[in-house]
Structure formats: structure tokens, C-alpha cells
Design a protein around this ligand. Structure first.
Ligand code: HEM
Ligand code: HEM
Length: 173
């Protein structure tokens, strides 16, 4: 068994961490608070949508690489509950990231946003749609799960000192 993740998965992990954290912060702090009549909303949305679609593409790539490459053996933390929880949180991160991109596309399409972005259509008055609710709830769950994931990585690195971080780093396998 390899002692670290495949280099392509490592690059995708860090690229996606950057994209997802950026989208979560900018989406909740900049995009959502802007009024739909504000011209800055359209520019902000173009960036959000562009990065959101790139994220979806990279997530599909990552899933394919994850399912077809060998990965290091699970770490034994000495606590069976934590051992069982780790893979569950990893898959939940995948599910929530996909839910974000797909729900974003669904409610934007339903509101006619692509016309405003690619044509000269006007911004919709609002985004009332069930997928909009999914987008907000999933974003909060993803924020909480990423916080837990980062806390777990720091716990491994600095408290357990088991060198887990090196498994997600670029070095010869
Ligand atoms: C920003 C700080 C982050 C740190 C320090 C970090 C650290 C790590 C480390 C050390 C591992 C390896 C775990 C192991 O060997 O079992 C890992 C795996 C993983 N990380 Fe992160 N991570 C971060 C952000 C993220 C984000 C934002 C996501 C969002 C989706 C994410 C999703 C995953 C997943 C799914 C795995 C399991 C490997 C896989 O199936 O692809 N990480 N992370
Ligand atoms: C994985 C990728 C994505 C992440 C992490 C993300 C994250 C977020 C967050 C955190 C918000 C603020 C939610 C709130 O506070 O209520 C938001 C709003 C929004 N997102 Fe995304 N998003 C992603 C992908 C997309 C995509 C692909 C689209 C459309 C094609 C999209 C369209 C929107 C729109 C239009 C809003 C603003 C809605 C409003 O002002 O009411 N998002 N996003």
C-alpha cells in the first residue's frame, strides 16, 4: 500500500480546498448580501458561477482519480468511533461539494440567470426556489464539516504527531 495519496489527488485536494473555501466565504459574505438591482451582483455572480463550474469539473475529476488510485491504509487513532467517522466525513465532504454546485446551477437556471450572464437579460428579482434553500443549508453544513476536517488534521499533526499531513503532500511515493 502507498504511504501517501496519489499526486494528482493531492494537487486536486489543495486546488479544491482553495476553490471551495473561496466560494463559501465570497458567496456568503459578498454575493448573497448584494441586492439583485446592484450592478456589482452580476459581476460577482459571473465570478461565482465561473469558479463554481470549475469546482464541479474538478470534483468529477477528483472522484474519478479517488476511485481508480490506491490510497494509504486508514490511520488507527486508537479510538474505534473516530476511525469509523473519518471515512464518513470524507464522503460527506464530496456529497456536500456536489450538492453545492448542482443546487447552484438548478436555482440559477430556474431564475433565468444564464440569460443575464451570457446575454443582455436583466437580473431576476429574486432566487426563490427549493434548490436555493439547499444551496444555503448545504453551504452551512459544508463550512462546519470543513472546520471539523481542518481541526482533525491539526489534531493529527500537532497532538497525535502521526505525520498524517504528509499523506496529503507532494513527495515521491
Ligand atoms: C484547508 C485545510 C485542509 C487541510 C489542512 C486538509 C488536510 C487533509 C489531510 C491531511 C488529509 C489526509 C487524510 C488521511 O490521510 O486520511 C485530507 C484528506 C481529505 N480532505 Fe482535506 N484538508 C483541508 C481542506 C479540505 C477541504 C476544503 C475539503 C473539501 C471538500 C477536503 C476534503 C478532503 C477529503 C475528501 C479527503 C479524503 C481523501 C479523498 O477521499 O479525497 N479537505 N485532508
Ligand atoms: C461548489 C460550488 C459552490 C459553492 C461552495 C457555493 C457557495 C455559495 C454560498 C456560501 C452562497 C451564499 C448562500 C447564503 O448565504 O445564503 C452562495 C450563493 C449563491 N450561489 Fe453559490 N456556490 C457554489 C456554486 C454555485 C454555482 C455553480 C452557481 C450557479 C451556476 C451558484 C449560484 C449562486 C447564486 C446565484 C448565489 C446568490 C443567491 C442570492 O443572492 O440569493 N453557486 N453560493
Amino acid at each position: 500500500m502507498p504511504d501517501r495519496y496519489h499526486p494528482v489527488l493531492v494537487v486536486l485536494h489543495w486546488a479544491l480546498a482553495f476553490c471551495l473555501v473561496g466560494l463559501l466565504i465570497a458567496g456568503s459574505q459578498i454575493l448573497a448580501p448584494l441586492a439583485n438591482s446592484d450592478p456589482a451582483k452580476l459581476i460577482s455572480f459571473r465570478l461565482h458561477m465561473g469558479l463554481g463550474l470549475l469546482t464541479l469539473f474538478l470534483m468529477v475529476l477528483r472522484l474519478a482519480v479517488r476511485l481508480t488510485t490506491r490510497r494509504p491504509a486508514p490511520v488507527d487513532t486508537g479510538n474505534s468511533l473516530i476511525n469509523r467517522l473519518a471515512p464518513v466525513t470524507h464522503w460527506a465532504l464530496y456529497v456536500l461539494a456536489f450538492a453545492m454546485a448542482l443546487s447552484g446551477m438548478a436555482f440559477s437556471r430556474a431564475a433565468g440567470l444564464p440569460d443575464a450572464v451570457f446575454g443582455d437579460g436583466a437580473m431576476p428579482a429574486g432566487f426563490d426556489h427549493p434548490a436555493r434553500v439547499v444551496h444555503t443549508i448545504a453551504s452551512r453544513l459544508l463550512m462546519a464539516l470543513i472546520a471539523l476536517h481542518v481541526a482533525a488534521a491539526l489534531w493529527h499533526q500537532f497532538i497525535r504527531r502521526d505525520g498524517l499531513m504528509a499523506r496529503m503532500a507532494l513527495r515521491r511515493r
